[in-house]
Design a binder for this molecule. Structure first.
Ligand SMILES: C[S@@+](CC[C@H](N)C(=O)[O-])C[C@H]1O[C@@H](n2cnc3c(N)ncnc32)[C@H](O)[C@@H]1O
Length: 353
């Protein structure tokens, strides 16, 4: 009994003050009704019963109001849950989309970095090989000659130092009397220095008056005008072999006979196809009985085709083994010393008439 009372007291502690007051009032009314009934005070008992009913009714209404409020709260909670679920789903799908996009960008970035790395590796391999080789060749060039004026820079258009080195070696060892260069520039100056030392003359043709002028100015600065000259030779349609090409005006060659060294480094490929092919068909009648021909950029398709056509059509032409560079070296030995085409047949080698 005591335990039950304690349990009731424990539960009563969990109730609010208004509930406790209502419970106490109800208990009081019940007790009063019971007492009024016991003392036959029927009227009082009926009045108290009416008050009790009113109190119970008020309690029921109160409970009902709370239930309605509770249901409204539950509905609101349910709605909130739906909104929360939808928001959560939207956030999750947005995060997922973002993750996939980031993954794609990451993959693209990794691919791009790998591509750049591959290109850089390839380039660096090329550079690692090319830079020291060109530097070594440059050092050897300047060990061989001490220019009397600043040497023009050997840019993209000029023979590279490796090719120049072998060219100068060939001229020094073969000692040509007359060198014809097609396309002037830094090579003209270097050739001038070699010929000044070993003897011989250089004529260089240029289709571009501006570059011709620059090379002439450089020859003057280096004190090489007695050895080398640059001639203006505008491009003109020239019949060569089986085709007509844009090439140097042959009038610029009119007085040259016995050319025993020909350097073909022009006109530039930009002037048109087969730009260097006419060199041998046009110059061959003016070559000495024995001559050396050097063609730069022999790795290019047009130049490879020109060499093949020359070898197929020019008698006495043979390709030599080169040591360095990207040029081709060909040797020429006239088969018949007297030909109908040779204007200088029988004339002295290396002559300017
Ligand atoms: C291949 S370049 C001749 C280069 C020359 N043999 C040398 O090694 O210095 C052929 C022609 O290009 C022109 N040229 C030379 N330098 C040039 C440059 N920096 N830019 C554009 N054209 C140039 C000149 O008219 C030259 O005759």
């Amino acid at each position: 009994m005591v335990r039950r009372l304690r349990r009731l007291a424990g539960r009563a502690r969990g109730l609010g003050p208004r509930t406790l007051a209502a419970a106490a009032l109800t208990s009081l009314l019940v007790a009063a009704i019971a007492a009024a009934a016991a003392f036959d005070a029927t009227g009082l008992a009926v009045c108290l019963l009416a008050v009790l009913l009113a109190v119970v009714l008020a309690g029921v209404l109160q409970v009902n109001r709370r239930l309605v409020a509770l249901r409204a709260d539950r509905r609101e909670i349910r709605d909130l849950r739906v909104v929360l679920d939808q928001t959560q789903r939207r956030v999750v799908s947005a995060v997922e989309r973002q993750r996939l996009a980031t993954e794609d960008r990451h993959r693209e970035l990794v691919d791009a970095v790998a591509r750049v790395q591959r290109l850089a590796d390839r380039g660096m391999r090329g550079l690692r090989l090319a830079v020291p080789r060109e530097m070594e060749a440059t050092v050897q060039l300047f060990q061989g000659f001490t220019p009397r004026a600043p040497m023009p820079s050997s840019g993209d258009y000029a023979l590279n130092p490796t090719d120049l080195l072998e060219l100068l070696f060939l001229v020094r060892s073969r000692r040509p009397g007359l060198v014809l260069e097609l396309g002037s520039g830094t090579s003209t100056i270097w050739l001038g220095y070699v010929l000044e030392r070993v003897g011989g003359r250089l004529v260089s043709l240029d289709h571009d008056p501006e570059y011709a002028g620059r090379t002439r100015a450089a020859l003057r600065a280096h004190g090489l005008t007695a050895v080398a000259e640059v001639r203006d030779a505008p491009l003109t349609p020239v019949e060569a072999g089986d085709r007509t090409c844009s090439w140097y005006d042959p009038a610029a060659l009119a007085d040259l006979h016995g050319i025993d060294f020909l350097l073909v480094d022009g006109p530039p490929a930009a002037v048109g196809p087969d730009s260097r092919y006419p060199a041998l068909p046009v110059v061959e009648p003016r070559l000495a009985d024995r001559a050396t021909i050097v063609l730069d950029d022999a790795n290019r398709a047009d130049e490879r085709a020109a060499i093949a056509a020359w070898l197929a059509t020019v008698d006495g032409l043979a390709r030599e083994e080169g040591m360095l560079g990207r040029h081709a070296i060909l040797s020429y030995a006239r088969r018949t010393l007297v030909t109908a085409n040779a204007p200088a047949a029988g004339g002295p080698a290396g002559a300017l008439t």
